[in-house]
Ligand binder design. Structure first.
Ligand code: IVH
Length: 608
């Protein structure tokens, strides 16, 4: 099958073929050893495709260790044999390829597949968990598919894989071990604190962590089951029943036993009857991918019924009754060239990574978010580092981690600013997000342009150029100054005629009467956009009530939790002089139609 998104690497002769096999084998070995492959998934795929294409033309010259002929990883002496081979999956990359696969499956089993199960393809490592009378006693990696490494030392560190099942049954649970984004961040933090090099991505982190034996610390991982099978010593009646159950029923049974599956996620496995329904679900999962707290690299489609699976059978590498519909790679390795420090309209000083441009899923990525300075330290990033960049959907690209194995020693420390890069004021570093002590006045143009925007005070005629002019001439030093501008002051500005002046004054007059929700929004309190400002204004009805609220009261507003409330209250307190000045200038401070909340009174007679 051909990949529509990644062309195969072109291999011109036997020497290039041998080199490509060697590189791919090395990358694969490094990946399975400690998760530090120098090739990202897409490059690796390109390599393997190129190798496969060359082998198709030169079948007599195929090298024995070619990655096309075996399950990556390879078994080593001392590995534990699998009772039933742990197979891989064949891939498709388009609706056409998927439809062709269903047709060939139908031909093989003599009828259309009546029921497909569709579930996410989790981007982790396959593992077999052996339970004896309900007790988890062995964990084995896939290895080469016929035998894998005993990693039982990891028992107790994998969420979703209980030590005891809900019933005392003897079974093998198969599934994927991975790190969620949060677990990955945590693992790298702990690892670097202990002097280790960060893992490049969650999959590498899970691989490295699973195999590590004598570490001074443990970090959690997550398990999602996708298979439940009998073991040689399983109670015969249970073994018989498991053999007859559809995949979806096996998954329900696994959940009943206490095993984690995708049923608990935003992308649960489902069953559908038609190819079109499968393709619709593939699209749904592809859209949800960007928001998921764990990585997926495709969708696995299985013939659900046991009879169909048995009729289809398996090849030496993969079952014929299941297929992986691969999604485009969302990770690529590139280099971190620079870190820019930008000041936002609230005075937040945010670092941004400048990257050597790289194409991910059709988009050229030049910048990635770094959130805050602590984020840089936590990730142990250095200028010149090769970094793993992640971009899914429309979400802002992010750097996952440096690829430590590609360090040359030439990398440079990232220099943090000592004063505000915009106005030279001191920096408040007391919180994770650094802020210019000049606050909103540091980037006054941005703060005013935001306040004048359509969702805030909607001041027509106050575009970016006019704001710059007002700030540069010193006529406006904060938001409230806008409302005390005089006709003469405006007429004195360059390119400002009588009509524009009158229009702007009229627009400012209208803006004064905007409801409280828009005034609040215009203040640009962090965490309060248009709809949150509306909720706050509706709840409190007047600015005085808003300002009187403590963090606890603020949480009465829908959508404001214990994390957000204190920072909103603190920022409003900080804005007191500006709010007072706005009120004095005649700006409305009430929300039409809203009534203030009843204030709880203390009953003096009741001293219980
Ligand atoms: S079924 C015999 N289901 O993908 C069927 N595999 O590229 C084999 N994987 O080795 C596995 N999510 O490690 C299955 N929902 C899912 C999966 C899944 C991830 C992994 C698994 C497999 C690899 C093949």
């Amino acid at each position: 099958m051909t990949d529509m998104t990644t062309p195969a690497a072109v291999i011109v002769d036997a020497t290039a073929y041998a080199q490509a096999v060697e590189d791919a084998v090395k990358a694969s070995a490094a990946y399975y050893a400690d998760g530090t492959s120098p090739l990202d998934d897409e490059t690796y795929d390109r390599f393997v495709r190129g190798i496969a294409a060359w082998e198709a033309d030169h079948p007599d010259e195929v090298l024995p260790d070619s990655p096309t002929g075996k399950v990556a990883g390879g078994s080593v002496e001392g590995d534990v044999p699998h009772t039933v081979a742990m197979l891989s999956l064949d891939n498709v990359f388009s609706p056409e390829e998927f439809t062709a696969w269903t047709s060939s499956l139908a031909r093989r089993i003599g009828h259309d597949v009546a029921c497909f199960s569709v579930e996410p393809k989790l981007d982790g490592l396959a593992i077999a968990a052996r339970y004896t009378r309900g007790h988890l006693d062995r964990l084995i990696t896939r290895g080469d598919g016929t035998a894998g490494e005993d990693v039982s030392h990891a028992i107790g560190t994998i969420e979703g894989l209980p030590r005891e099942l809900a019933e005392p049954v003897t079974v093998e649970v198969r599934g994927e071990v991975l790190m969620t984004t949060a677990q990955f961040e945590h693992a790298n933090e702990v690892r670097t604190v202990h002097g280790g090099q960060p893992f490049a991505n969650p999959r590498g982190a899970a691989a490295g962590t699973l195999r590590a034996r004598e570490r001074a610390y443990t970090v959690p991982m997550t398990f999602f089951g996708y298979g439940l099978l009998p073991r040689p010593d399983t109670e015969p009646e249970l073994a018989g029943r498991l053999g007859e159950l559809a995949h979806s029923d096996l998954m329900a049974r696994a959940v009943g036993l206490g095993v984690n599956t995708t049923a608990t996620t935003a992308v649960p496995g489902i069953t559908v009857a038609t190819v079109d329904q499968v393709l619709a679900r593939v699209q749904e999962i592809a859209v949800l991918r960007a928001e998921l707290p764990f990585g997926i690299d495709g969708i696995v489609i299985k013939a659900d019924r046991a009879a169909d699976q048995q009729a289809a059978g398996s090849g030496s590498r993969a079952p014929r009754w299941a297929i992986a519909y691969k999604l485009p790679a969302v990770e690529k390795i590139t280099r971190l060239l620079q870190v820019e420090w930008n000041v936002g309209r609230t005075g937040i000083i945010a670092p941004r990574a400048v990257l050597e441009p790289v194409t991910i899923d059709g988009a050229t990525i030049t910048y990635a978010t770094l959130h805050n300075p602590a984020d840089i330290t936590r990730r142990d990033l250095r200028l010149g580092d090769h970094v793993m960049v992640h971009r899914a959907g429309d979400v802002i690209p992010r750097i996952e981690a440096p690829v430590a194995s590609l360090r040359t020693g030439e990398e440079q420390a990232i220099v943090f600013p000592e004063v505000c890069p915009r106005c030279g004021s001191a920096i408040d570093t007391s919180e994770q997000r650094w802020r210019c002590t000049n606050g909103r006045n540091c980037h006054l143009v941005a703060a005013l342009s935001y306040a004048a925007g359509r969702d805030q005070l909607d001041i027509e005629g106050l575009g970016h150029t006019r704001v710059v002019q007002l700030v540069e001439t010193g006529l406006v030093a904060d938001l409230a100054d806008l409302f005390t501008l005089t006709r003469d002051q405006l007429l004195g500005l360059e390119r400002m005629g009588a009509t524009s002046t009158d229009n702007l004054l009229a627009a400012l007059g209208t803006a004064k009467d905007q409801p409280l929700s828009r005034v609040l929004c215009a203040l640009g309190v962090r965490g309060t956009g248009r709809s949150m400002s509306r909720r706050i204004a509706r709840y409190f009805a007047t600015m005085d009530h808003v300002r009187a609220a403590d963090a606890e009261t603020m949480q009465q507003v829908e959508g404001i939790g214990p994390e957000k409330a204190p920072s909103i209250v603190a920022e409003l307190a900080e804005l007191t002089p500006l709010i007072d000045k706005l009120a004095t200038a005649g700006v409305n401070m009430t929300e039409p139609g809203a009534t203030p909340p009843a204030v709880a009174t203390t009953d003096a007679a009741d001293d219980c």
